[in-house]
Design a protein. Structure first.
Length: 249
């Protein structure tokens, strides 16, 4: 197992500079059976901040847009050229990572399946931080402050976040999952949402954007295990796997 993840990175950080060189070096040195790619979450965090801080600025200048109307506008913006431009960048950088695999020195690595992590629906809330991997404390909340300043209710925050997560997953399925030996793991609708307004671990969530131990276990058993086993050619006993849960996309 090799882990080169960096907390806080956007996708472009993963395919340039030192991280790109490190990934290229590993792809030359090792034979990989599978590659697990998780990116885009911090890009979405920045998108939320950009959209809702702009709404807050409008309010300060006397051009207040009713929160309910802003949620409707955001849902509509997900099909706009401006939103497409943002998601175009994320998709382009993920494709750049796939290209790193395709240029690997090892023939086995070049054929290794890439499993791309989609994201589940997030409840923005005022929880302050969490331990990631038991090692590093990361600060939150990430989405809640700018959405709160924009005047959104808890329910409106969830609806707005859902629209963005849906858009990312749709683009991943349409443009990334069609690449040779690349697979998107769709997590939507699986985890129990956090209680709106809560400031501690809630539902299947440790903080605002990271699942807790039970949440990660649920993701593994109901989304990742069967897909990974099949791609690696494993033949586990049926008793060793929990069938994937049905969910609405």
């Amino acid at each position: 197992m090799v882990d080169v993840s960096h907390i806080g990175d956007v996708v472009s950080d993963m395919v340039r500079g030192g991280q790109r060189r490190q990934t290229e070096a590993m792809f030359q040195l090792f034979d990989f059976d599978a590659i697990l790619f998780s990116g885009g979450g911090n890009d979405l965090k920045n998108l939320f901040a950009e959209l809702y801080d702009a709404q807050h600025s409008q309010a300060l200048s006397g051009q207040t847009l009713a929160p309910a109307h802003f949620v409707q506008l955001l849902a509509g913006q997900m099909a706009s050229p401006q939103a497409d431009e943002f998601f175009d960048e994320v998709i382009t950088q993920i494709k750049a990572f796939v290209t790193l695999r395709d240029r690997a020195g090892s023939a086995k690595t070049r054929k290794a399946p890439i499993l791309v992590n989609g994201y589940d629906y997030i409840q923005p809330r005022p929880v302050t931080g969490a331990l990631v991997g038991g090692l590093l404390k990361v600060a939150g909340p990430w989405l809640y402050p700018s959405m709160k300043r924009a005047g959104l209710s808890d329910g409106q925050m969830f609806s707005a976040a859902r629209a963005v997560v849906d858009k990312l997953n749709e683009r991943l399925h349409a443009e990334v999952a069609v690449l040779p030996n690349v697979h998107v793991i769709d997590a939507r609708g699986l985890l129990d949402p956090a209680l709106p307004g809560s400031n501690t671990a809630s539902g299947d969530w440790l903080d605002e954007i990271h699942p807790n131990k039970a949440g990660f276990s649920k993701l593994a058993r109901h989304r990742w295990d069967a897909a990974l086993a099949q791609l690696l050619g494993w033949r586990p006993n049926m008793a060793d796997l929990i069938p994937p849960l049905d969910f609405d996309r």
